[in-house]
Design a binder for this molecule. Structure first.
Ligand SMILES: [Zn+2]
Ligand SMILES: [Zn+2]
Length: 178
């Protein structure tokens, strides 16, 4: 399913509960780094539909299907705080439809508390911002980048995310559809 028009507009929504600072931070990063017009939707309580009882995690692909039906006319990024997976991987920080209208990121494994350390809101928001730009970059057709400082570099743990900047490298930037 292609990116919906207008292509430069995106909505951001919290799923399960409202994550105000994280949603606002994501929105402003998406405007600054990707040149999108971004607005925030009221939070959506629904999330159970994506739960997989066998894995005890939430299926990111079902989440994207649901987002595309629930918000049928817009491009949307969802933020949640449950552990996400896609069938081929044990977990994902986020998932996106390449060149498509939807993406989701999870804050669960971006939190310092996940690793037994004290919660750090600044670190969390910095990671959320990068993962938001990364997944929406996929929506805009960008694939993974070898440059470790580029936001499109693939993160396999929060240390990878901490190394990269929230920005696109010049080569990825040149690949944006505008
Ligand atoms: Zn990726
Ligand atoms: Zn790059």
């Amino acid at each position: 399913m292609p990116l919906r028009s207008p292509q430069g507009e995106l909505r951001v929504v919290s799923l399960g509960e409202a994550f105000e600072p994280a949603v606002q931070r994501s929105c402003s990063a998406l405007q600054t780094e990707l040149g999108l017009t971004c607005s925030i939707l009221p939070f959506e309580p629904a999330l159970d539909f994506a739960f997989d009882p066998n894995r005890g995690q939430y299926n990111g692909m079902l989440l994207l299907d649901w987002l595309e039906q629930r918000f049928a006319k817009v491009n949307v990024l969802a933020l949640c705080d449950v552990d996400l997976f896609v069938p081929a991987l044990t977990f994902v920080f986020g998932v996106a439809r390449l060149d498509g209208p939807s993406a989701a990121i999870s804050m669960t494994r971006l939190r310092e508390t996940y690793f037994g350390r004290a919660e750090d809101e600044l670190i969390l928001l910095s990671r959320v911002e990068k993962e938001a730009v990364h997944e929406v970059g996929h929506m805009l057709g960008l694939t993974h980048c070898m440059d470790r400082n580029c936001v499109m570099h693939a993160s396999h743990n929060p240390a990878d995310t901490d190394v990269k900047s929230p920005r696109l490298c010049p080569s990825c930037h040149a690949s944006l559809p505008w």
